[in-house]
Design a protein. Sequence first.
Length: 223
Amino acid sequence: MAHTEKSKPSTATKLGIVTVAAGALLVAFVLPAEYGIDPTGIGKLTGITALSGPAVPGAGEDFGQTLNFNVEEYDVAAEEINQSIRGLIDLQDAPFKSETILLEIDDFGELEHKFIMDQDATLVYSWKVLDAQGDGVFYEFHGHPSSADAPNYPEGFEQAYSKGEGTGQNGSFTTPFPGYHGWYFMNLEEGPIQIELTVSGYYDEHKEMYRAVDGEVINNVEF
């Protein structure tokens, strides 16, 4: 039995199919996205009609928003108005301090340098080993209460914030409790080193708390 060959679609038929498909895309997607015209409802369902909305205002333009303050009402007749949201702004009695401290550590040396700070005080810091040739230092950033406050905490209480090996670190820190907060450094380089420590923040004072060379304690300050 002879087989009947199926006729192939003509070029005109193919063009017709493509034209219909393009028209469907135009109506369903292009018109809603570009002009906000959505005759099929597909644009609303897919959310693409939002693309036809006004552009986002640029810098200095009105966003149509209202700035709301979530602080309580205040007396405009008061001699002093000074309110803030705890956790977002922490007001201080004195300006913040800024200084750069040079810490020198001998070969096989250890050093601990602490800042005396109140609770919720902030310190922005950056330290680096100058002219490091190897691993730099082992460091541990930690804090502990003063001797006067120690009875309010578990015996031997200390809290570690960061530790590792390296040649520098940058960061910011807010104290979880009042007391002594700072760094212990152990020299991992060959020969003596210098660490440049730059800080800005709120602290009463800072001091060297501990120094040792090759296991021999040279300085150990009571806190």
